[in-house]
Design a binder for this molecule. Sequence first.
Ligand code: AMP
Length: 277
Amino acid sequence: MKVVETIAEMRKLRLKLAEPVGLVPTMGYLHEGHLALVRQARAENSSVVVSIFANPTQFGPREDFKQYPRDPQRDLALLEKEKTDIVFMPSQAEMYPPQFSSWVEAGKLAERLEGASRPGHFRGVATVVAKLFNIVQPTRAYFGQKDAQQAAVIKRMAADLNMNLEIVTVPTVREPDGLAMSSRNIYLSPEERQAATVLYRALSLAQQSYSQGETNAQTISQQMTALIQKEPLANIDYVSIAHPETLEELDKVNAPALVSLAVRIGKTRLIDNVVLE
Ligand code: AMP
């Protein structure tokens, strides 16, 4: 496994990789969710590149960029075990030199849900992912369903800008009690960790309600909201039932529908989703 810190070196090594090449973009502090992406990339490609870059431009001024967890040595040991060919770990200065000034505007899709709560977030995501695609030139790139809107934005960007690669979405990996794995789970105290199961409990309630014949989106989101409000440590940011590609809110649920939510547990903001099928 080669660990590369510069764009020039990454490009040089890229030329020697066996095709097809799978890319897994991450911000590091890896867990089983990230590793599921790496394993799928390994199974479907001859070469695997994983990037580790906590991208400052996707964090808002009052967000957790400075304290975002980092453990590169542990990350590298995990990636070595998964037979990663190249780990691309650029510095902030390598990705954003002082003269940097071009951005990918992610458009309408980026204004809803996460975009409404985190202005500029998807502009940062789309820009850094476009840069990674240009640097690595992968055949396929892998994204988690956990960040469903991110995957939708990236698919839209790749299609709109005629990027020559396939975007693959990988199912969400959960803890045994249903909590979606996330680097941010480390922020939770034991009491908050327990309270955090409310996200998946609310999503499961939506699935149950829909499978029993409820198709009124407002009714389902009210049921979810009532359940979350019973949890004293939880504060709802949004609960949404939307079309999985356009992310437009639905009145009546026609499968497939993306049920997503953002909830603050103490100071930690968590997101999760399921697709009603
Ligand atoms: P991050 O390091 O948070 O930017 O995540 C890197 C990639 O891993 C993104 O495509 C995420 O959607 C994906 N990912 C994060 N957590 C999970 C999870 N629990 N299950 C599946 N994919 C995940």
